[in-house]
Design a protein around this ligand. Structure first.
Ligand code: FES
Ligand SMILES: [Fe+2]
Length: 386
């Protein structure tokens, strides 16, 4: 929109061909926006873009969220920023340019932008005769915060204005000052919805995650779990975790106290799990973030004060676990290429049904301005074998 202002100045001084080109670009941008709206993404939420440690010194780093190319960096004052990786002049990625303290300079014609606000501050080619109001030109930029070792970006919908207040980026719950923390991630060649329903699916455990340290296929048994609605999501009410999982058994043996687990899913993509036994705790969060419509990424962060669990051991098992999910999703993607009809069954797929209902009810409430309808009336017990 701001470059339309630039067209206005241009149009008075040059020929209408420039305007036609700009109009064409405008139509293309609108088409792109419409295509993005169709991709099944949830806008106006925080998503983790990169790990904090990936942004060092005055380097520019690229990432993609919801099919939006981003360039991220850290100003000389240490503040992280995220801009659309596209110069508003001719669209060349700004990541080919350079960061100078808190200005990003485009490599093509040297326009300079304030990295945190996206505002243009300099156009080197302008002569003293030029009337273009440089400060009215903005590069796309997004709110950006660091939390739990990630750089989070608030992805407001294309063409929308940022709301006056935006919520804080998600933070992992911890229960003591001292704890260990580690991060794992893996990419899935899947649409976000398949990534998410795979994450919350209770029935694949005994098949996909068969291993001596977790559970055996033969250990499958009937389970009943209570779920309750929470804002924009649902909770598996605090319960004693599966008796066929070795790590929980070990924890119980060590503390001599019962283990309770609470698992939440909250839109757009957060699954958190908190395990507690006496003073011991383990807290984890998995997010499934849409990169493109055919690619998503799981970011997993876990923190704990379990003295007997070194980070390196956890990472070995965590990687095996994620790899098992990843291999399954790679196989599933082969099948999904041919657009098969799919099924969601009760009760094992009920959480997946809630996810789809939450998502469409949220979109509907944003469209109408009416309060969001929760798909659950109240607590409910689900039964399945796993
Ligand atoms: S394309 Fe960036 S300054 Fe021209
Ligand atoms: Fe899994």
């Amino acid at each position: 929109m701001l470059w339309r202002e630039a067209v206005y100045y241009d149009a008075r001084t040059t020929m209408s061909e420039a305007v036609r080109t700009m109009m064409r670009m405008d139509a293309e941008a609108a088409q792109e926006t419409a295509a993005q709206a169709d991709a099944g993404f949830l806008w106006d939420f925080w998503y983790p873009a990169v790990r904090s440690m990936e942004i060092r010194g005055q380097q520019l780093v690229t990432a993609m969220l919801l099919e939006v190319p981003l360039v991220l960096g850290r100003t000389s004052e240490g503040k992280v920023f995220a801009m659309r990786d596209s110069c508003p002049h001719r669209g060349i990625p700004l990541s080919y340019g350079r960061l100078d303290e808190k200005m990003v300079e485009c490599c093509y014609h040297g326009w300079r932008f304030d990295a945190c606000s996206g505002q243009c501050v300099e156009i080197p080619s302008l002569s003293s005769q030029d009337k273009l109001k440089v400060e009215r030109i903005f590069a796309g930029h997004f709110p950006c915060e660091e939390r739990d070792g990630y750089v989070w970006v608030y992805m407001n919908a294309p063409g929308s204005k940022l709301p006056d207040t935006i919520p804080a980026a998600p933070a992992l719950t911890v229960f003591s000052d001292k704890y260990k923390i580690t991060h794992l991630s893996c990419e899935l060649p899947s649409h976000i919805d398949h990534g998410i329903i795979g994450l919350m699916d209770p029935a694949h455990g005994p098949f996909v995650h068969q291993s001596w340290f977790w559970r055996k296929r033969g250990s499958i048994h009937e389970k009943a779990k209570q779920f309750e609605p929470i804002p924009k999501g649902f909770r598996m009410s605090p319960h004693s975790p599966s008796t066929n999982s070795a790590p929980y058994q070990l924890l119980k043996k060590i503390t001599g106290e019962p283990v309770t687990t609470t698992i939440d899913f909250v839109l757009p993509n957060l699954r958190t799990e908190i395990d507690q036994s006496g003073k011991m705790w383990f807290s984890s969060r998995a997010t499934v973030t849409p990169v493109r419509r055919d690619l998503c990424r799981i970011d997993f962060v876990a923190a704990w004060n379990l003295f007997f669990l070194p980070v390196w051991i956890f990472r070995i098992f965590g990687k095996i676990f994620l790899r098992q999910d990843q291999e399954t999703m790679i196989q599933q993607a082969q099948g999904l290429k041919h657009n098969p009809r799919l099924m969601l069954i009760d009760d094992a797929d009920r959480p997946a049904k809630w996810y789809f209902a939450l998502k469409s009810n949220l979109i509907e409430s944003r469209r109408t301005g009416a309060p969001m309808v929760h798909p659950m009336d109240g607590p409910v017990t689900l039964r399945w074998r796993s």
